[in-house]
Write a protein that binds this ligand. Structure first.
Ligand SMILES: *Cc1c(COP(=O)(O)O)cnc(C)c1O
Length: 426
C-alpha cells in the first residue's frame, strides 16, 4: 500500500523523539495486589510489582465491586443494549447517577462511558448553550477538557496555571453580563498540585462566572465521604459542575458530571457524544455504584492511602531522589530526559521487577519527563523500601543526579535546566 509511508514516517518521528509508546502486557492478581504477571514480547512471564496504577485505592479488585459486577452481569447481561434513548437506561445506571448526585451534594448527575467523553461532551455543550460565552481554561488542563473547549464554538482564553491574579485580570476585562465558564481541575495528575478552589469560587462569584471542575484524580480519595477536594475544602456547593471518573479511585469504567438538574438535563438532551453512543453496561454501573457506596464509608482507606503516599515520598527524598513536592498522593520523580526516562523504566522492570511507565511529552512538557509513582493503600512499607533501593540503583546506573532535598514547583525548571519547560502545555 503506497499510503503506508505516511504512517511509517509518523511512527518514525515518535521513535526519533523517544516518545513512541510501548504498552506493558500485565495481568493483575486480585489476590495479591499490587502484584501482576508481566508477559514480554517473547512470551516469557514474570511477576512484577505495579507502582503506577490509577486504580488508586484498589477498588478494581475489591470483593464487593467484583461481586456486584458478576451478579449484575448474570442477571442483566454484559451489554447495555443501546444508547440511553434506545433501551440503554438500566436500573443500575439510574441508581449510580443518584449515588453520584448525593456524593457531590448536587441535584442530578449524568454518567458517560468515560471521563474523557464526559469532559468533551459537557464542556462543549454547556459553553455552546450560553450565547457569547467566554471559556477561561487553566493552562495545564487535561486533554479531554481541551478537546471539549475546542469543540465549543465559544471564544476561549488560557489563564496561567493556578494563577488567581491572571484569572482575575481576564475576568475583570469582561462585561459582567457576558456568560463566562471557568474550567479547571482540583488535583493536577502529573505534578500532583491542588487548585485554590475556594478562591476561584470567590472570583467566579465576584465576576459572575460559572465554574466547571475536573475532580478525576480526587473522587473517592479526598473529603469525608470521598467527594473530592471540593468536599474536603467545604466548597462543593460553590462549584456549578463537578466532573469525575469511575475508572480511577472507583476502579471501574465511566465518567460523569454532577450539578443543577437544569444543566444536567441540558447536557443529556444536547450532547451528541452522550446521545449517539451506547450506554455503560449495567454490570459496570453496578460495580461503580458499589465502589462509590463503599468509599463513602471508608475514611480509613483514604487515610492509609495518604499515609503510604507520604511514606513513599519521605523515603525517596531521604535517598536523594528528585521528588517533586506536592500536597497530594501523587509522587513524581523527575528525570528531565525522554531517553533516560524510558531507560529508567526499562531497568526497573528488567532488574527489579517493578513497573513504572515513563511519562514523556506530550503528557508533560519536553524536558520535564518523569516517573509518576502512585502508591496505593496496598503498597506495604516493605514494598516501599524495595522501591527506594531499586530507584537508587537505577539512578546510579544511568548517572542521574541525586539532590539534597525535594524539588518545589518553582525550582523544577532550574533542576531540569530546560527552557521549554511547560511551553507545550500552554
Ligand atoms: C484520566 C483523566 C480523565 C479521563 O478519565 P477516563 O475515565 O480515564 O476517560 C479526565 N481528566 C483527567 C484530569 C484525567 O487524568
Amino acid at each position: 500500500m503506497q499510503y503506508r509511508r505516511f504512517f511509517d514516517a509518523a511512527i518514525g518521528q515518535l521513535k526519533n523523539e523517544r516518545r513512541y509508546r510501548f504498552f506493558a502486557n500485565l495481568e493483575r492478581d486480585t489476590s495479591d495486589v499490587p502484584r501482576a504477571i508481566h508477559r514480554a514480547d517473547d512470551g516469557t512471564e514474570r511477576e512484577v510489582t505495579i507502582w503506577c496504577s490509577n486504580d488508586y485505592l484498589g477498588m478494581g479488585r475489591h470483593p464487593e465491586t467484583i461481586e456486584a459486577m458478576c451478579e449484575t452481569a448474570k442477571k442483566l447481561g454484559v451489554g447495555a443494549g443501546g444508547t440511553r434513548n434506545i433501551s440503554g437506561t438500566n436500573n443500575p445506571l439510574v441508581e449510580l447517577e443518584a449515588e453520584l448526585a448525593d456524593l457531590h451534594g448536587k441535584e442530578a448527575a449524568l454518567v458517560f462511558t468515560s471521563g474523557w467523553i464526559s469532559n468533551l461532551a459537557s464542556i462543549s455543550t454547556i459553553a455552546d448553550l450560553m450565547p457569547n460565552c467566554l471559556i477561561l481554561s487553566d493552562a495545564l488542563n487535561h486533554n479531554s477538557m481541551i478537546e471539549g473547549i475546542k469543540r465549543a464554538s465559544s471564544e476561549r482564553k488560557l489563564w496561567r496555571h493556578n494563577d488567581l491574579a491572571h484569572l482575575e485580570e481576564l475576568l475583570a476585562a469582561e462585561p459582567k453580563e457576558r456568560p463566562k465558564l471557568i474550567v479547571f481541575e482540583s488535583l493536577y495528575s502529573m505534578d500532583g498540585d491542588i487548585a485554590p478552589i475556594g478562591a476561584i469560587a470567590d472570583l467566579a462569584e465576584k465576576y459572575n462566572a460559572m465554574t466547571y471542575i475536573d475532580e478525576v484524580h480526587a473522587v473517592g480519595m479526598y473529603g469525608p465521604r470521598g467527594g473530592g477536594v471540593c468536599e474536603r475544602d467545604g466548597v462543593m456547593d460553590r462549584i456549578d459542575v463537578i466532573e469525575g471518573t469511575l475508572a480511577k479511585g472507583f476502579g471501574t469504567l465511566g465518567g460523569y458530571i454532577a450539578g443543577d438538574s437544569a444543566v444536567i438535563d441540558a447536557v443529556r438532551s444536547y450532547a451528541p457524544s452522550f446521545i449517539f453512543t451506547t450506554a455503560l453496561p449495567p454490570a459496570v454501573a453496578a460495580a461503580a455504584c458499589t465502589a462509590v457506596r463503599v468509599l463513602k464509608q471508608r475514611p480509613d482507606l483514604r487515610e492509609k492511602h495518604q499515609r503510604q503516599a507520604a511514606l513513599t515520598k519521605h523515603a525517596l527524598e531521604a535517598a536523594g531522589l528528585p521528588v517533586l513536592d506536592n500536597p497530594s498522593h501523587i509522587v513524581p520523580v523527575m528525570v528531565c530526559d525522554a531517553e533516560k526516562c524510558k531507560a529508567a523504566s526499562d531497568l526497573l522492570m528488567e532488574r527489579h521487577g517493578i513497573y513504572i511507565q515513563p511519562i514523556n511529552y506530550p503528557t508533560v512538557a519536553r524536558g520535564a519527563e518523569r516517573l509518576r509513582i502512585t502508591p496505593t493503600p496496598l503498597h506495604s512499607d516493605a514494598l516501599i523500601a524495595d522501591l527506594v533501593d531499586a530507584l537508587v540503583d537505577v539512578w546510579k546506573t544511568l548517572d542521574l543526579p541525586f539532590v539534597e532535598s525535594k524539588i518545589d514547583a518553582s525550582s523544577v525548571e532550574a533542576h531540569c535546566a530546560y527552557p521549554d519547560f511547560r511551553k507545550a502545555a500552554e
